[in-house]
Ligand binder design. Structure first.
Ligand code: AKG
Length: 249
């Protein structure tokens, strides 16, 4: 489709425009992801990274395994079908929910982000086996068409803000159950959440956030941090607004 190679057909692009998400797709087999999971367990979850707030953020900056996952062509070349050939991965976050891990409330990501203009497509990739039982992400197809007010979240929720419960109907929500190595992609306004993990199984996934070179990323504060660097994951940045680094050694 278009004048460059992406991994999306025109029908898939139309589905994304109408529904705000696509997938699941497989980036790799569960066996390939098992090797990556061992690396993450040994080298990422046990060490501090560049973010002063959290060891699960920005690990593309110091861990080759996270850099490689964040730039995987199965995800990047699909997102290229939506955002075009020049792509910036500006954030990576591991989503570790141990048994008992608390609810992430319904939200639209763009309310939390330092992007101007606010353009982003995310991919969420399963590292563990992710099921309803261990609190997979839930999404509301089509909810990206409306910007919802966000209000103070309830106690026992992982975020400070949530989409105003009076402003949407989650009746059509889908459970994004994923095998290790599978992912889905979604718009910056798609409504999503995950429930408390009431199982005895850990749930680990990672989201990558992808934007365009025209977007100014406030890299020093808010959800990011001093010294933060993004990745030119595909094509070129001809704008020069943001800080980048290559694959860590
Ligand atoms: O992993 C989760 O439970 C939530 C993920 C999420 O909110 C996101 O990737 O934007």
């Amino acid at each position: 489709m278009g004048t460059f190679e992406s991994l999306l057909s025109r029908d898939e692009v139309d589905f994304f425009v109408a529904n705000g998400y696509l997938g699941p797709y497989a980036a790799m087999s569960p066996a390939e992801m098992a090797a990556i999971r061992r690396d993450i367990d040994e080298h990422v979850l046990t060490t501090d990274g560049p973010s002063p707030r959290s060891r699960v953020q920005s690990r593309h900056m110091d861990q080759p395994v996270i850099y490689d996952l964040a730039t995987h062509p199965a995800m990047i070349d699909r997102i290229a079908g939506i955002l075009g050939p020049d792509l910036i991965v500006w954030a990576t976050q591991l989503w570790l929910k141990e048994p008992g891990g608390i609810e992430i409330p319904w939200h639209q990501d763009i309310n939390f982000w330092p992007l101007e203009p606010p353009i982003n497509t995310s991919a969420w990739i399963a590292i563990d086996d992710v099921t309803v039982e261990n609190s997979c992400v839930q999404i509301v197809p089509g909810s990206h068409r409306e910007s919802l007010a966000h209000v103070k979240a309830e106690a026992e929720m992982a975020f400070g803000k949530m989409a105003d419960p009076d402003s949407f109907d989650a009746g059509g929500a889908l459970n994004m159950e994923l095998k290790p190595g599978e992912f889905f992609i979604f718009s910056e306004r798609l409504l999503h959440r995950s429930s408390k993990n009431t199982s005895n199984k850990r749930r680990l996934g990672m989201s990558i956030r992808v934007t365009l070179p025209i977007v100014h990323i406030s890299q020093d504060s808010g959800p990011l941090h001093p010294g933060h660097t993004a990745i030119v994951a595909r094509g070129k940045d001809r704008m020069g607004f943001n800080r980048y680094a290559g694959r860590p050694a």
